[in-house]
Design a protein around this ligand. Structure first.
Ligand code: GRF
Length: 187
């Protein structure tokens, strides 16, 4: 069974969606590790509840990104991780991890990239007045949401929508798209 690591900084609803598909037998993989850089992040509770190994670290405890990425890499190797899945990991990936896992590292972003990269992509889309936004899964490179695109799905924004309803639609789409793309890549 191929093993994936999920990197997250917050809620972890994508982590949960991936895990639910694994449990349902529709995604043939195992989550071997969760990596989190935020104290108190809900994703850690979720991993604990499911007995999934996690590495929880505080970047400020390290002198440099190279240092904490070297430690992350040791955990990835220890758990024989085949694919790194970023799901709300609010940090640029540095050369240590890119050199080791660059072609085996993907990210999900809540917009139709290259539109609205970076923080609050849904708010950016609403402020811009676009009628269609969406979700992108892409390979990770050194940039902010810039790697080669693997898959995209669109989400409509109607006049009745609020930020909250767009967020709901986008997240629902993410939870379907990400497990599907992960399975394709693992195949
Ligand atoms: C998602 O919208 C994802 O696209 C973005 O961060 C959010 C993470 O949400 N990169 P969650 O922690 O998986 O609920």
């Amino acid at each position: 069974m191929k093993k994936i690591a999920v990197f997250a900084s917050g809620n972890g609803s994508n982590f949960q969606a991936i895990l639910d598909q694994i449990k349902a037998g529709t995604l043939l993989a195992e989550i071997g590790l969760v990596v989190c850089d935020k104290p108190g992040a809900a994703v850690i509770k979720r991993a604990e509840n499911e007995n999934i190994p996690f590495f929880h670290f505080l970047p400020k405890d390290y002198d440099s990104k190279e240092q904490f990425e070297a430690e992350i890499l040791a955990h990835l190797r220890k758990h024989s991780i085949d694919l790194v899945v970023l799901a709300g990991y609010m940090r640029l990936i540095g050369s240590t991890l890119l050199e080791a896992y660059g072609k085996k590292m993907i990210n999900i972003h809540p917009s139709l990239l290259p539109a609205f990269p970076g923080k609050d992509a849904i708010g950016q889309a609403i402020d811009a007045g676009v009628k269609v936004t969406g979700v992108t899964v892409h390979y990770v490179d050194e940039g902010m949401d810039t790697g080669p695109i693997i898959a995209q799905k669109s989400v409509e924004i109607t006049d009745e929508d609020t930020k909250e309803t767009v967020e709901e639609k986008v997240h629902r789409m993410e939870h379907v798209l990400y497990p599907t793309v992960i399975q394709k890549i693992l195949n």
